[in-house]
Design a protein around this ligand. Structure first.
Ligand SMILES: Nc1nc2c(ncn2[C@@H]2O[C@H](COP(=O)(O)OP(=O)(O)OP(=O)(O)O)[C@@H](O)[C@H]2O)c(=O)[nH]1
Ligand SMILES: [Mg+2]
Length: 362
């Protein structure tokens, strides 16, 4: 079997976490699996790929371009994985991912007929966004902000799905899981709905089985890719990629708190400016492979400590990646200020390797 599955879904829905968990689970229980992190930033080892490497699963990355538009790179990578004995390869989609069904699945089918066994086109959604969709379906008006544009994007993403993965079910009661599942099945009847928790591993067997046994439907959903909500959201969104090394002067440096303080500082300033932040991630690790991670998944949501450093460390590498509805130069100013201010407070010496920011609208 040479199965390939795209994992689409909104920023922060848990694509990377789910791909890591599923790659590990599938490799343990079914057969060799691998994941590809696809990112728009340049260079090597962006946050999601570094997290996969630190988590110890078979992983690689395609950067600088969406797999929608570089089929030669994608197919070379897939072939390399299958040559190494992989049975299942997963890749996510950067940005909003809308159109990935057309560009990736239909593109591969047309250009490489019969070469890849396409698994059900998979779209992840988190409970908070199901709530947002449910609320929207009972509202008449839209304010035209990026988060209302997000409703269009969520609907378009879910319309592309053969398989909807309701992730983060550890945050829900059994009754809520069932109610959200029914709502999604009724709203998007073309798709099977599978509840999982990438965090606890619940539902990974059902997801493995669905990807292994199922096939892509290769439908052509009725989506207006020129829709102004989608264009507006794309125009508003900026991407940010920073990588640096920090030397620590004291013995009791708390790497986790350092990351959380930077995220909170950035959140405070971006909130004051009226900007939305669908996902800001800070990942840091030391020479021994110990690592910490914090995530911000919306300007009004609390900063999440996803993983704590287990030990105090003396030197760390840090990656800050963010997607924000904010002009790219403003985002750069805010994030650089947060990094320099908080690093000064912790008396860190910084060596910046990479700093890249751009708007998706350009
Ligand atoms: N509680 C809980 N949190 C989760 C789960 N899966 C992911 N998360 C958290 O959700 C946040 C976003 O997860 P990611 O895997 O980075 O999401 P993503 O879809 O890859 O985000 P982008 O790369 O920005 O598109 C992180 O803080 C994760 O720890 C889950 O099953 N349960
Ligand atoms: Mg990701």
């Amino acid at each position: 079997m040479k199965k390939f599955a795209v994992f689409s879904g909104f920023l922060g829905s848990g694509k990377t976490t789910a791909m890591i968990a599923l790659t590990r689970y599938y490799s343990t229980h079914h057969g060799k699996a691998a994941m590809i992190s696809n990112d728009l930033g340049e260079g090597v080892t962006l946050a999601d790929h570094r997290l996969a490497v630190l988590s110890g699963v078979k992983a690689s990355e395609i950067t600088d371009e969406c797999i929608c538009f570089c089929h030669d790179v994608l197919t070379d990578r897939l072939k390399a994985c299958y040559d190494e004995g992989c049975e299942l390869v997963l890749s996510d989609i950067p940005g909003f991912g809308v159109g990935a069904l057309e560009h990736v699945y239909h593109g591969l089918t047309a250009e490489y007929p019969g070469q890849f066994d396409l698994a059900p086109f998979t779209v992840l959604i988190e409970p908070q966004k199901v709530e947002r969709l449910k609320r929207d379906s009972s509202e008449e008006e839209r304010a035209g902000t990026v988060y209302d544009d997000a409703v269009f994007i969520l609907r378009a993403q879910l319309s592309e799905a053969d398989l909807i993965v309701l992730n983060k079910c550890d945050l829900l009661t059994d009754e809520e899981v069932s109610a959200y599942g029914i709502w999604l099945s009724e709203a998007f009847p073309q798709a099977e709905v599978i509840p999982i928790s990438a965090k606890t591993g619940a539902g990974l067997e059902a997801l493995s089985a669905a990807l292994k046994a199922g096939s892509a439907s290769l439908r052509h959903p009725d989506i207006d890719y020129e829709d102004e909500n989608l264009q507006n959201a794309m125009d508003c969104l900026s991407e940010y990629y920073l990588q640096y090394h920090a030397e620590v002067c004291c013995n009791d440096f708390n790497g986790t708190e350092y990351l959380a303080d930077m995220a909170r500082k950035a959140q405070e300033v971006l909130k004051d400016g009226g900007f939305e932040v669908p996902h800001l991630k800070l990942l840091a690790w030391d020479a021994e492979g110990d690592f910490g991670k914090v995530d911000l998944l919306g300007i009004d949501r609390p900063v999440e400590i996803t993983r704590r450093f287990r030990h105090p460390c003396t030197g760390i590498a840090v990656i800050l990646n963010a997607s924000a509805a904010c002009p790219a130069d403003v985002l750069d100013r805010v994030l650089m200020n947060a990094v320099t201010d908080v690093s000064a407070r912790y008396q860190l010496e910084l060596l910046i390797h990479k700093r890249e920011f751009f708007s998706l609208g350009e």
